[in-house]
Structures are given as structure tokens and as C-alpha cells.
Ligand binder design. Structure first.
Ligand SMILES: Nc1ncnc2c1ncn2[C@@H]1O[C@H](COP(=O)(O)OP(=O)(O)OP(=O)(O)O)[C@@H](O)[C@H]1O
Length: 353
């Protein structure tokens, strides 16, 4: 099974019983810039398609210039698309109905130096026309949620980056949005700060919010997100759960550890026999007599890998080994790391553009 087959529509791995929150179809955006060299058109989005459902923590990943920020700006109604469609909760992205249900944490939130956490929240809340009593009640709730309750009167210049980011999360949540869009929420934080932000995101997920985040940090996304999309050159290349993307069932390489009982065979003979059975075999260096001296003791295991593309092929190999009286000690499917998946998809998209 190819990774493309399971994931390019951006709907794989979803719980389809949950309502669609973000719907993006064939979204395109061209920027036109002018310089002394004349007019230049940049295709930031070239037909991005994606769907995110309620309750997901969705991670958008991609190299610099992939189009992630443009996509987020279109979702927030800050930038207009050139063609295609983008909607939130069924309303066009940028409409008042859509905006009221979204909270946004920008990559570099700026809070004036004279603010404390509490006064900053009051300031942001006034923009959403909440009453004074409502603002105080909501501030208490959110300061508790983000772990700033006891430090709400300190001025923000005394805040660590992690505290600052948690204050940013609180301001994004002030009007109790159903969807939170977070731009690089843990960028520049130390491990403690990251962990604190991650905990808040976990609490938000548990409370049923949908979270859409954009990040460069693969490890972070792996830990936080229920689904991810890899974007490159203005398109969503793959989307799905990480275990789908890392091709668990594709079994590209399967490692075997076996003990052969070929009559009185030396290691040399045993490996020659296996090589004859499976010409594509890759012997472990310690068993490869071209590379190392044979050290066979009849019961010592031999290790090798085979390129196999389905469970049926694995089964066939097992059957053939068993027919030859080979005892199978261990079979391990090689699973791609998420980083390898990311690099593969990005380089594949580079080849095709
Ligand atoms: N306002 C703009 N005018 C012209 N070109 C733009 C504008 N904004 C973005 N671009 C170009 O569009 C492409 C996509 O940019 P975008 O910022 O959306 O990517 P990104 O994935 O967010 O990148 P990064 O991770 O570096 O922030 C890039 O080639 C960028 O130079």
C-alpha cells in the first residue's frame, strides 16, 4: 500500500462521527509583488485540500515557505484566497460567524509591558464586548487553566517565555471559542516551558476544543497531535494519524531472526541456502561471510531482512522457512520514524514540482 493512497484526501484517520470544523478544498493563493525587476507572482497555495473534525488536535507541518501561514491567514480571514473554498463550522472563513468561534495565538504575541496577566486579559476581553463581571469570571477560569492564577498581578516583563505563551493561550480562549489556531505554540521555549504548554493543550483537548496548530518541531507534533498534515509547495501532501503515515502496514523491510537446521551446515552454507531461497535477502553484517568470518555454531541465530510489501508476502516467507525446518525466533517490521516520513514526503514533492 502506498502512503499516497491512504492519505492525500486529508480525511484519513478521522472519526467521521464528529462534525467537520475546518473544510478546505482546492485552496489557491497567489501573491503578486512588484519590484524594480517588475511583477512577480508567488503561488503560495496550489490547491490545498484538508478536513479537520471536532475534538482533533491537528498539526500542520511543512518546510519554510510551504504555505502554512498563508493557509492559517485565510482561515482567520486575514488574507483572501485566489480560488477554492475554506470554511469553519460550515461558514465561510473570515465571516463573522466563523470568526466568533475561533481563538488565535500568533507566533509572536506582543503584550504591552505595563500589563499583568490579569490586566492583559481584561484588555483583550473588552474587544469582544464582554461585561465586566463576565470578564473577571472568565479571567479566573483561564488563569487557573493555564497555571497563572497565583501570578496574575505580576507584570509581563517578569514572565518566562513559557508563562508568556500560556498567557497567550488564555487570551485566545477568552471568548470561549470552539476552535483554537496556534502558530508555533512551543517555538523558542525550553523543555519546561514546552511541557507546560503541552499540558494546557491536553486540558483543552479533554474539554472538547478543536486545536489546529502549525509547528516546525516534529517531535512536539508527534507528542501532541491526534492527526497531522505535511504541506509542501502549497499543497497538502499527506494527512492522517502518525501511525498511518509512518506506514506500519507497508512492511517495507521485515527483519527475521532464525535458527537453521540445514544438515551439518556451516554458517556459510546456511546463509547460501537462505540467499538461494530469497535472492533479495540482506544478511546482518555478522552473518554475511563476504564481510565477516563465519562463526557458526549450529544453534546460533542468523539475522537478515527482506523487502516485503504486504502481510501475504510475510506469510509466504514464513511458510517457506518452516517448510525447510527453519525455526523463526523473531520477526520485526521496520517502521519509518516520523522524521523519515516527513523528509520523504518533502523530497517527493520537490521532485514533482
Ligand atoms: N504577503 C506576501 N507577499 C508575497 N509573497 C508572500 C507573502 N506571504 C507569503 N509569501 C510567499 O508565499 C510562500 C508561502 O509563504 P508562507 O509564509 O505561507 O509559508 P510558511 O510555510 O508559513 O513558511 P514559514 O514556515 O517560513 O513561515 C513563500 O514563498 C512566501 O515567500
Amino acid at each position: 500500500m502506498s502512503s499516497q493512497a491512504c492519505v492525500v484526501d486529508g480525511e484519513s484517520g478521522q472519526d467521521s462521527s464528529n462534525p467537520v470544523v475546518i473544510h478546505i478544498a482546492d485552496l489557491k493563493k497567489k501573491y503578486t509583488t512588484w519590484s524594480f525587476r517588475g511583477r512577480r507572482v508567488v503561488e503560495a497555495l496550489r490547491g490545498a485540500t484538508l478536513q479537520v473534525r471536532a475534538g482533533e488536535v491537528f498539526g500542520l507541518l511543512g518546510p519554510n515557505g510551504a504555505g502554512k501561514t498563508t493557509l492559517i491567514k485565510i482561515l482567520l480571514g486575514v488574507v483572501r484566497s485566489s480560488s477554492g473554498s475554506a470554511s469553519l463550522f460550515g461558514s465561510p472563513a473570515g465571516s463573522i460567524a466563523a470568526r466568533m468561534r475561533v481563538g488565535y495565538l500568533p507566533e509572536s504575541l506582543r503584550v504591552d509591558r505595563h500589563h499583568s496577566a490579569r490586566s492583559a486579559l481584561r484588555y483583550y476581553a473588552r474587544m469582544s464586548q464582554m461585561s465586566g463581571a463576565e470578564i473577571e469570571r472568565r479571567s479566573d477560569e483561564l488563569l487557573e487553566l493555564v497555571g497563572l492564577r497565583g501570578r496574575d498581578r505580576e507584570l509581563v516583563p517578569q514572565f518566562s517565555k513559557g508563562m508568556y505563551q500560556r498567557l497567550g493561550l488564555a487570551q485566545a480562549l477568552m471568548h470561549d471559542p470552539d476552535l483554537l489556531v496556534l502558530d508555533e505554540p512551543t517555538d523558542g521555549l525550553d523543555p519546561v516551558g514546552r511541557n507546560e504548554v503541552r499540558k494546557v493543550i491536553d486540558r483543552l483537548r479533554e474539554s472538547g476544543k478543536t486545536i489546529f496548530l502549525n509547528s516546525h518541531i516534529l517531535q512536539e507534533v508527534e507528542q501532541i497531535c491526534s492527526r497531522v498534515a505535511i504541506m509542501s509547495h502549497g499543497k497538502i501532501r499527506v494527512a492522517g494519524r502518525i501511525d498511518e503515515l509512518t506506514q506500519f502496514d507497508r512492511c517495507e523491510e521485515v527483519a527475521f531472526e532464525v535458527v537453521t537446521h540445514f544438515a551439518e551446515s556451516s554458517e556459510h552454507e546456511a546463509t547460501a541456502e537462505l540467499t538461494q531461497m530469497f535472492p533479495a535477502i540482506k544478511l546482518a553484517p555478522e552473518n554475511d561471510y563476504h564481510r565477516s568470518k563465519p562463526n557458526r555454531v549450529s544453534e546460533s541465530p542468523l539475522r537478515f531482512t527482506l523487502p516485503l510489501s504486504s502481510q501475504a508476502e510475510v506469510d509466504q516467507v514464513v511458510d517457506r522457512l518452516r517448510q525447510q525446518g527453519v525455526s523463526i525466533r523473531e520477526i520485526t517490521r521496520k517502521r519509518e520514524s516520523f522524521e523519515e516520513t516527513f523528509m520523504r514526503e518533502v523530497s517527493r514533492s520537490e521532485e514533482s514540482t
